[in-house]
Design a protein around this ligand. Sequence first.
Ligand SMILES: NC(=O)c1ccc[n+]([C@@H]2O[C@H](COP(=O)([O-])OP(=O)(O)OC[C@H]3O[C@@H](n4cnc5c(N)ncnc54)[C@H](OP(=O)(O)O)[C@@H]3O)[C@@H](O)[C@H]2O)c1
Length: 333
Amino acid sequence: MRVVLGTDGPQLELTPPQRPPGEHSVRVCIELAGLCRSDLKEIAGDRHGVSQFGHEVVGMVEESTLAALPPGQRVSLDPNVPVTRGTGFATTMWAAGSADRLTAALPVVPHGIDARKLVFTEPVACVRHCLSAVTRHLGRELAVLRLAVLGAGTAGVLIAGLAHATGARVAIGNRSADRTSFLRERRIVDAPIGPLAELPSASVDVAVVATSFVPPEVLREALRVILPGGLVLLYGGTAPGDALAGLDCDLDTVRRTEIAVTADWHGKPVRVGGSYGTAPEDFGVAVRTLTDLDSSVLPVERMITREVRLADLPQVLREQVIGRPLGKTLVWP
Ligand SMILES: NC(=O)c1ccc[n+]([C@@H]2O[C@H](COP(=O)([O-])OP(=O)(O)OC[C@H]3O[C@@H](n4cnc5c(N)ncnc54)[C@H](OP(=O)(O)O)[C@@H]3O)[C@@H](O)[C@H]2O)c1
């Protein structure tokens, strides 16, 4: 059983997935999947780039042509490695490609850790990658930085939580009060959180834009809150051609190629940099983060608001694409 994205939206398919052609192949029994904002963007037709529908997974190898990924091995998924694969919203998922790519696409994760925690491996790997990009673009260690995170969805909360755990001074700004209340009530973030407009001007070294997209009004807020010479890190979605009047910067290229450029914002020198996807080492770091960090520091399980059966997922996706889901939805095959 699997949920595929067709022209009529998400559909339940009962036929078993076929092994795709490729030099090597691995069949993964999916233990648990997480719903990502990008899945909803794909359904809405708002996401650019190769499909990554159903990519937050933890599962067990059932069949494999690769010695490095034998049956019984527990794995996650790096959706940015180009292999041929089916959706992870499934009871089983095939992935095929070269040995190198398959081993990179299916990072090994340990047994004996709750799947409800390990399902956050890919989002945490992306966030680790983002925080490495901050250090690289600014040439300064995270622990000495003041950070503002704009957007307090799953991404923003993880970025803020991990930066805070590293010693950075963090403040979070979010547009809507219901999400802010939700995060406070569940004690999900241990950093000051309030409206975007209340983040003080010229007060931080880095502003991470972690909203669903990077709209002009949020980017202007990010440029306002950084100190002269500070960095705006683009993490939320961008599309080809995205630009902000008055800022000489190709936003989509900066984000997807993970470069940093120097620009001028109304007389203030600024840097604009990007973070996109992950590097192989981010997955090992993510697993260690999830297993080693005290759950009061990174309370991923408190972010889980809904757990649904795979058979119910098409309906849940249709509701969420037009609704306002707070927290993380998990899918049990
Ligand atoms: N760079 C990467 O490698 C990478 C990896 C994973 C995800 N991402 C990106 O991160 C984005 C956020 O993911 P998520 O899981 O955190 O999504 P989410 O849980 O749906 O949260 C979305 C956040 O964006 C805010 N937002 C949306 N539109 C806004 C607007 N016009 N103005 C101000 N705030 C706005 C929302 O605020 P409200 O409370 O006001 O709605 C919310 O805080 C994704 O869309 C994806 O593009 C990037």
